[in-house]
Design a binder for this molecule. Structure first.
Ligand SMILES: [Zn+2]
Length: 351
């Protein structure tokens, strides 16, 4: 039988007392979250009464995810990690939950190694069981949680509240940490890397995030600072530019602190592009502005004033004298094809 990690929030094997029905239902309107221990116990109670714990006892189940960290929202799953060496046996046991509402079972092939994921509701609470043929302590979700718990302990209650705010606005847990700490690159890999670091290195990471947020006006807006917000989604935020080149001048920024286009990952790039297209159409409709520049600058020579990638959506009127690609009186002449082919080849070699 898999060993249960001693320092993990472990599940009891069977109910230690009679069901306490008075604990339910949770108030969906509660603004101040209950203490972590209460919510964890509530999750354990629901799993116990639904018979989930007994059914999974051979797989060393561990509650992970946001509830043990105290950054859960009303929509958070109860995440349970399992070590399942025999997937056929695990599926057979998981099918015992098929009687529960919203039951679904699937194989997750993009996990390494592939996982089995089982979802259902227990007493109205969404549950996700994640099983891999690996000890829970080396599974990514568990290592993420360990890194996140240490980071929150070092960063303090302000970080708990900031990350809960980011999650409530639609971010998943690891992207929310990456945003708060100003981590670059893939958030999931960045958190895994932090799981292996010392407390001193985590403290340096927390301090780096704090410095970036303190220095960056757009990060402050992302974390709830004052702005006239137009659009918000898990990747991007759009708000009115302080200076209105023409009425309707909007900035679209990634939620994460990404300084320039050179730092942009494909997923964020796609999210920014979606937000730009959507907001651009709304600006055109709202201001009867037929024409519009989509404009983005990288580096001082290019005119970038804030070191957090931002895309200007600037409605244009004929003769407004704003942004021009070329000096209007002296545009550069067209270049010969051979010269353009040489330039193109130079860039292709760098791709
Ligand atoms: Zn920023």
């Amino acid at each position: 039988m898999p060993r249960r990690p001693a320092h993990a929030p472990s599940l009891p094997r069977r109910p230690s007392r009679a069901p306490r029905l008075s604990r339910r239902p949770r108030s969906p309107r509660r603004e101040v979250p209950a203490p972590v221990g209460d919510r964890l116990q509530q999750a354990l109670d629901a799993l116990t009464r639904a018979g989930v714990l007994d059914a999974l006892s051979a797989y060393g189940p561990v509650v992970a995810g946001t509830i043990p960290l105290g950054i859960d929202t009303s929509a958070s799953d109860i995440d349970v990690l399992c070590e399942a060496r025999d997937p056929v046996a695990f599926v057979r046991d998981a099918l015992r939950f098929a009687r529960l509402p919203r039951f679904a079972l699937h194989r997750k092939d993009d996990a390494d190694p592939p996982a089995i994921v089982c979802r259902f509701e227990a007493e109205g609470l969404p549950v996700e069981i994640f099983a891999q043929p690996l000890p829970v302590t080396v599974q990514r979700a568990y290592r993420h949680m360990l890194a996140e718990r240490r980071l929150l302990r070092i960063a303090g209650q302000g970080a708990v509240e900031a990350i809960r705010h980011l999650r409530a606005s639609g971010l998943r847990t690891e992207p929310a940490f990456a945003e708060h700490l100003a981590l670059t690159g893939d958030p999931y890999l960045a958190l895994l890397d932090l799981a292996d670091r010392s407390d001193a290195e985590l403290a340096a990471t927390v301090a780096h995030g704090r410095r970036v947020r303190d220095a960056c006006p757009f990060c402050r807006i992302v974390e709830g600072g004052e702005a006239s917000v137009v659009h918000a989604d898990p990747c991007a935020l759009a708000f009115m530019n302080l200076r209105q080149g023409n009425p309707g001048h909007v900035l679209v920024v990634p939620r994460r602190h990404i300084p320039t286009v050179f730092d942009l990952d494909p997923e964020t790039a796609a999210g920014i592009a979606r937000a730009v297209a959507r907001v651009a159409r709304a600006v055109r409709a709202a201001f009867a502005a037929g024409d519009l520049n989509v404009w983005q600058s990288n580096g001082v020579a290019a005119g970038q004033e804030v070191d957090h990638l931002h895309v200007h959506l600037l409605p244009r009127r004929a003769g407004d004298g704003l942004f021009q690609v070329y000096p209007p009186d002296t545009p550069p002449p067209p270049r010969p094809r051979g010269e353009l082919d040489d330039l193109a080849a130079r860039i292709r070699r760098a791709m």
